[in-house]
Design a protein around this ligand. Sequence first.
Ligand code: CTP
Length: 471
Amino acid sequence: MNHIQALSNPIFKIVSQAADELGLDCYVIGGFVRDYLLDRGTHKDIDIVAIGSGIELARKVASLLKEQPKVSVFKNFGTAMLRHGDVELEFVGARKESYHRDSRKPVVEDGTLADDQNRRDFTINALAISLNLNNYGDLLDPFNGISDLESKIIRTPLEPGITYSDDPLRMMRAIRFATQLDFQIEQNSLQAITDNKERIRIISKERIVDELNKILSSNVPSLGFSLLHKTGLLPFIMPELVALQGIEEIEGQRHKDNFWHTLEVVDNISKTTNNLWLRWAALLHDIGKAPTKKFHKKIGWTFHGHEFVGSKMVYRLFKRLRMPLNDKMKFVQKMVLMSSRPIVLSEDYATDSAVRRLVFDAGENVEDLMTLCEADITTKNPKKQRRYKNNFKIVRQKIIEVEERDSIRKFQPPVSGEEIMETFNLKPSKEIGIIKEAIKEAILEGEIPNEYEAAKEFMLAKGKAIGLTPS
Ligand code: CTP
């Protein structure tokens, strides 16, 4: 079947011309072809495989383009890359590869298109479309990739044990594609992943996190995390999550399985936000529950202080996975630390001052925090579900009202430290802190509005109360 319509970008005509001028065969392969056939929008990374030198082909393509783009050459890998408009073209010579057991770095030899397709990870990623003029648009599908696309199956071209052991990152990729595309991993592949799970150790943390981020960014991330769990990969990546699994029962009292609960929360939040870091917060919001779990005869199971412990664990987990220890990490920590605050409010009547304190502490992240807590409602009891949701609505409404009145979110003390010093003729001292704190408390408690005049009056009264006299 011809697939000329996949090649609507004029760049393909140029690649075709360059290849014909050099007298070598070339094909577009991999993600571009897969996503075209799946109608997933245009893939911006275009992989071109040449039967011959990919680097030479890249240089020829660049010379035929008006803008003469820069060609980046990676000699060790035999690849070359250039940018054209909004696409990135990567050129590689067809190759045959074999791997050492302790490395992802293959021994590379020149090969045929068939050799090249064989060494690829999945049948759906081995589909190639010819670019030479004589067979422009022809699809080459030696492993029934089309049929696997139709039946939504992740399958390896070679015996799966070889494909995964050669490059263990593919275990993560299989799970990531299954999650992104809602495909099934074929049984032998699943078994091979399970058998090779320990080889994930040779993969860099950065690459693992790339895949985790793609899983977390999917519509239903739990598909990926349950596969990571099922294949036994998860303990190598996030033992903290595995530790949440299981239900314990003592004296007839059970707690919920916090691993499966967490996955439900992640799926819930993925329906309402694409913010990756908020999704991370959902994934990690209960990790402090494993180390804090206790059973008390009178009250049953408790997870005292799990939010605080969890927020500390976020730092260690990010560090171990070489994730950025920046404001994103701090955001996740803050969400985990505060993850129970709105819940407590929603269980009972939420007073204005409690809402004001919530807005004060969460600051500009208060909506995200609410989103996290709403996703945390996983009760199967429809009555409770309705009640919690309704209470959250009320809390959200109160947040708006309190904001309108007191603008607490970006709280700035209405009376400055300098003014307090001037008023009472003070040098820097602890009294200033006491008065400032008292003003803030009075505002949060709703005793005074968040306004200058009221705060000044309050300052004078408070100063006198602690024995100061205005100058
Ligand atoms: N590939 C592979 N094994 C890997 C990585 C990549 O065989 N570990 C091959 C696949 O044929 C893949 C192609 O290289 O299609 C390009 O890889 P990459 O750009 O990483 O992924 P895409 O398939 O393009 O998909 P995505 O952009 O969604 O990651």
